[in-house]
Design a binder for this molecule. Structure first.
Ligand code: 7TS
Length: 410
């Protein structure tokens, strides 16, 4: 499929057996892809094929199975490199996910930080981009500075630049907010930070399934993502890092795979990317992640984004008709996530009642409690879209919300 073509959604749905499920006798309407996307048959087939035909530990054996398993992992690494447009596979480190990737960078960076140093994040970060910095804050008494946002849920760029000072050592910012759907102007933010000589990590967990990523165009120093949100298996993530930076960093964990030579006197480390991949990697899922990348690229990220944007518009227009509706996040650039509350209805009640209609949405703080505090709420109801969602599903969702709202208000 080439870019710019509209997707055949009913055909795509055939790739996802779970979408045929019913909940309480009603067809499943899965609107929780921001938490985790569903997995197409080709990715599951890749996992099964590895277990049945090619399973052996990687990077260690001369025997055929071990070579085959290693090849599959390294092919996936090349696919991941191409997916984010990194210069080299040495810059692609496989992790357990976005969370581990950020912890890796934070923990390694902490070696170089001193009392009074500052890390800058935004008001809309997921806990995965807050708590790792707080953990190193505890040891080093560094300060976490938070970029405010405007009423639409957009980062205030002037405030961002003003927060950067000679004490700022690092900026870590989400590409897309998992609550507000805001697409942050990360290229511009990186350019500003670089003018001050500050490296930037971009948390791409919510961007990777929806936007074309080009780490070289962004000039990102680090870019992190999770496979399970982009139609891939669980347990795999990517840390992209510029080679020059990764080379200067200490290893994160020690063990097999990451060493050059070990002796009682001292140990040397392996070359990139293996220096950061201690222990047996999740090679079965890494190989299947490669298949997921092929799947996404065959559909075309521009096509996926266009489809999801259409669904977002239909959902937003539909929800706005419902009395007492409050939508959180109205950024001019927004991805396929919609967070809302209806006056007088607890988000949990809304989620439970929608579930009775077969509609799966997420409720709560979405691992962004500081953002909830800023918004003055405890949680929201969040619908999020994937490439397999249809207009009919979005209409069923809007009708479901309207029905619940009516139940409470009359
Ligand atoms: N960063 C962002 C922006 C996220 O949305 C998430 C997960 C993470 C980091 C962590 O990713 P993980 O794969 O390491 O867990 N977001 C969500 C969510 O919105 N609902 O459930 C998980």
């Amino acid at each position: 499929m080439t870019e710019g073509m509209s997707l055949d959604i009913s055909k795509i749905r055939e790739d996802f057996p779970i979408l045929n499920r019913t909940i309480d006798g009603k067809p499943l309407v899965y609107l929780d892809s921001a938490a985790t996307s569903q997995t197409p048959r080709c990715v599951v087939d890749s996992i099964v094929d590895m277990y049945y035909n090619h399973k052996a530990n990687v990077h260690r054996g001369v025997h055929t199975l071990s070579q085959e398993a290693t090849d599959r992992v390294e092919i996936a690494r090349e696919k991941a490199r191409n997916f984010v447009n990194a210069a080299s596979t040495q810059e692609i480190i496989f992790t357990r996910g976005t969370t581990e990737a950020i912890n890796l960078v934070a923990s390694t960076l902490s070696d170089t930080l001193c009392h009074g140093d500052e890390i800058v994040v935004t008001a809309m970060e997921h806990h995965a981009n807050i708590v790792p910095w707080q953990l190193i804050q505890r040891n080093k008494r560094i300060n976490l500075r938070v970029v405010p946002m405007n009423s639409r849920g957009e980062v205030q760029m002037e405030a961002f630049e003003n927060l950067l000072s000679e004490n700022t050592r690092f900026v870590s910012v989400c590409h897309v907010s998992n609550v507000l759907g805001t697409v942050n102007p990360v290229k511009e933010m990186i350019a500003i930070a670089h003018r001050h000589g500050i490296p930037v990590l971009v948390d791409g967990a919510q961007a990777a399934p929806h936007l074309k990523i080009d780490v070289r165009d962004l000039d990102a120093d680090f870019y992190v993502l999770s496979s399970h949100k982009m139609y891939g298996p669980t347990g795999v993530g990517v840390l992209y890092g510029k080679k020059a930076l990764l080379e200067r960093m200490n290893p994160y964990q020690g063990g097999g795979e990451m060493i050059g030579h070990v002796s009682w006197e001292g140990t040397t480390y392996a070359e990139l990317p293996f220096k950061f991949e201690a222990g047996t990697p999740d090679y079965v899922d890494i190989a299947a992640f490669g298949t997921a990348i092929d799947y996404v690229e065959a559909l075309g990220l521009d096509n996926i984004a266009a489809h999801e944007h259409r669904l977002l518009t239909i959902a937003t227009e539909g929800l706005m008709q419902i009395p007492g509706m409050r939508i959180f996040g109205t950024a001019r650039e927004k991805s396929g996530v919609i967070s809302f509350l209806v006056d007088g209805i607890h988000h949990y009640d809304m989620g439970m009642l929608l579930d009775k209609l077969g509609i799966a949405v997420r409720t709560g703080h979405h691992c962004a409690q500081p953002l909830m505090t800023t918004l003055g709420i405890e949680g929201t109801v969040r619908a999020s879209f994937g490439v397999y969602n249809t207009q009919a599903e979005v209409e069923a969702f809007v009708a479901g919300v309207a029905r619940v709202a009516k139940m409470f208000h009359h």
